[in-house]
Design a protein around this ligand. Structure first.
Ligand code: G1P
Length: 199
């Protein structure tokens, strides 16, 4: 914890009411100012060789436009996510045509789900101010991005790595076990323990 606090100056704002992800991001407007910025949803854990956000930043630098992290999600589970419709411009990189938050399965425009990594530009804040509640009655960042898409290009990256949903109880447990099994100090004893379980 001490090492992390030495890495950067940390400031925080609190979202006083759970009005949605778009509303949460808007709370950071004054802290961010007129700069591009990253959004990382801490319940989306990505285990990858190159950090997922770095993979997005590489695309941001190349195309000079906002970038969203995505991964393929099969079947009806896609309805739990924002979903993009895009044209693949290079392997794993898409120019976004449209996006929709939590579509019903039959209306999902593709199998590419938005995962909680975004590199955004400050023009999103004016859009967020105008965004009314959407899917599940919340102010959605996807709706604000969709509106801004009329004025500027957006890209998506199908990032390399394994994503865990730590916002879900089972997903949290799975992530904990997988990371423990990779941990230098814990892996060996923890693995012995798991093997001793009479399942
Ligand atoms: C949020 C976003 C959604 C995205 C998801 C990824 O939804 O609104 O577009 O697909 O995170 O985890 P939430 O899971 O907060 O409902």
């Amino acid at each position: 914890m001490r090492a992390i606090s030495e890495m950067a100056r940390v400031s925080y704002v609190r979202q006083r009411e759970a009005l949605g992800l778009g509303h949460a991001v808007l709370q950071a407007r004054d802290l961010v100012g007129d700069e591009p910025f990253a959004v990382m949803l801490s319940d989306d854990i990505v285990d990858s060789e190159t950090p997922a956000l770095k993979q997005l930043l590489n695309v941001y630098e190349k195309y000079d436009a906002p970038v969203i992290g995505t991964m393929q999600v099969a079947g009806e589970a896609i309805s739990r996510f924002g979903v993009i419709d895009g044209e693949e411009v290079e392997a794993g990189v898409y120019k976004i045509r449209d996006m929709v938050e939590k579509p019903v399965f039959s209306e999902a425009p593709s199998d590419l789900a938005i995962i909680g990594r975004y590199v955004l530009t400050p023009d999103i804040f004016d859009e967020l101010e105008k965004t009314r509640p959407g899917a599940i009655g919340e102010i959605q960042i996807t709706d604000a991005m969709r509106s801004l898409l009329k004025q500027r290009p957006f890209y998506a990256v199908r990032f390399e790595g394994t994503r865990y949903d730590a916002g879900d109880k089972l997903g949290f447990l799975i992530a904990t076990v997988e990371f423990a099994l990779q941990h230098d100090e814990l892996a060996s004893e923890f693995s012995e323990y798991l093997q001793s379980l009479k399942l």
